[in-house]
Design a protein around this ligand. Structure first.
Ligand SMILES: [Zn+2]
Length: 454
């Protein structure tokens, strides 16, 4: 009798601890059945498709019921659902600290929200270890491309220091250099020269004393935040001190002369410079309104109270600046929308990037908000999705990323509705596949729960 009780107890115990597991496609077939396929190579929804995944890659795609190898597969029912490639956050901040667990948690939060590629813009030596562990399959996380620690007015004071730092970052194995504000024409010139010598791309902010024309001429890989874009439209900008301009021209955007936009776009286009807008920063931080309302949003439970307090303070500090005017912020948003539309029209590559986690932007969640902001700016939902998929593959020079086709990496998001009709459907996540590992909706809920903070 006691044995029977023990068995019953064990069964109940096991059941109550039942954990949702990842389903791996390594050595095994996974079939997503009867789904509406949005392959992204063109604007189309192909109904009733089966997608066969094996060993992390898309093995085959066909009309439902026609694929061989689907018999013994793990089946995911896609009936009535839509599938798109995994998205990318091209301006991510992974904690620049020694604590690998904090780094892993941030990366995992991105992945659980369908962000299967992130580009780290705040490098740290542990990030190389993190990237290598993801690549070897030792830990689960999004594809990770990382900058080194940033080159800025604080970290490089002389041309020699700048040049030495570029060489050290290349030797350490970082993918690119992150530039922050405060560089001088001299330190910037040394960075450009050495980066070209050792063959490492550079990206990020445009220092005030460098200016966008010099940045374009040097050939940034990406200009992030549209830094210096609106500034370049303001007549007499050379005579205005940096403090009066504010971050990304937040204090003077109402003085922008929009007839100057074509010159900017032509410059970006001529040097094939990609733009990572981070509209979340202007829309959520600069135009925060009452910041307490923003931090009351449900996704804020994944951020610590310390972080949330610092975000509220950042918004209040900005609002208390005598140069801050809500009407100018409104102009800033409108001018940036205009620039984005012109980028889209002229074929300047836009890359989806929100800047998470920075003020009010929660990893994973904010990339979906960012997509909405591109649609607000005038892009179609398809064009917005391109920024986080096809363009990312193009930028990374990979034909197997950001697209759904045989041979591509199996990075996928299963959605409950059609994102080409309404971009907000990207938030309706029914499951995520990360390099061929399936995370069901219940697995995502379970793992998100573990990432909640105080
Ligand atoms: Zn950044």
């Amino acid at each position: 009798m006691s044995r029977l009780l023990t068995i019953i107890f064990l069964l109940i115990h096991c059941y109550s601890n039942a954990q949702e597991q990842l389903i791996s496609s390594s050595g095994k077939n996974i079939l997503i059945r009867n789904v509406n396929l949005i392959p992204m190579e063109r604007e189309v929804v192909i109904p009733r498709q089966d997608i066969l995944i094996r060993d992390g890659k898309i093995a085959a795609i066909g009309n439902t019921g026609t694929l061989t190898g689907s018999k013994d597969a793990f089946i995911i029912d896609g009936t009535g659902k839509f599938i798109i490639p995994g998205l990318a956050e091209m301006h991510a901040h992974v904690p620049p600290e020694d604590n690998l667990k904090a780094i892993e948690e941030t990366g995992f939060l991105f992945a659980l929200k369908g962000i299967t590629t992130i580009r780290g813009m705040l490098g740290h030596p542990r990030h190389i270890e993190y990237r290598n562990k993801i690549n070897s399959g030792e830990i689960i996380g999004p594809r990770f491309i990382t900058s080194g620690p940033s080159l800025s007015g604080g970290s490089v004071k002389t041309a020699e220091e700048a040049s030495a730092m570029v060489k050290a970052e290349k030797a350490a194995g970082y993918d690119f250099l992150k530039l922050h504000p405060g560089l001088t024409p001299e330190t910037f010139a040394a960075i450009e020269k050495t980066a070209k010598e050792v063959n490492i791309p550079f990206a990020g902010h445009v220092s005030y004393k460098v200016g966008v024309w010099r940045a374009i001429d040097a050939g940034y890989a990406t200009i992030d935040h549209m830094d210096w874009f609106v500034e370049s439209l303001v007549p007499g900008i050379d005579t205005i001190p940096e403090s009066a301009v504010g971050l990304f021209a937040v204090f003077i955007a109402d003085r922008a002369d929009e007839s100057r936009i074509p010159k900017l776009i032509n410059g970006l286009k001529s040097k094939n410079i990609y733009v990572v807008p981070t509209e979340c920063i202007t829309r959520r931080w600069f135009a925060a309104g009452d910041p307490e309302l923003l931090i009351a949003a449900p996704e804020m439970k994944y951020m610590s109270s310390k972080t949330k307090t610092s975000w509220v303070n950042a918004a209040k500090n900005l609002q208390q600046n005598p140069s801050y005017k809500p009407a100018t912020v409104k102009s800033l948003i409108e001018v940036r929308h205009h620039i984005l539309r012109e980028c889209q029209k002229s074929g300047v590559g836009i890359l989806l990037g929100s800047g998470a986690p920075q003020e009010f932007d929660v990893p994973g969640f904010s990339a979906h908000q960012e997509l909405q902001y591109y649609v607000d700016a005038g892009l179609t939902p398809y064009q917005a999705l391109v920024t986080g998929t096809v363009n990312v593959g193009r930028y990374l020079k990979r034909t197997d990323i950001g697209i759904i086709k045989p041979g591509a990496v199996a990075d996928l998001i299963l959605l409950g509705a059609d994102p080409l009709k309404n971009i907000s459907a990207t938030k309706d996540i029914n499951g995520v596949m990360l390099s061929g590992k399936w995370m069901s909706e219940s697995y995502i809920i379970q793992e998100l729960k573990k990432l909640e903070k105080d």
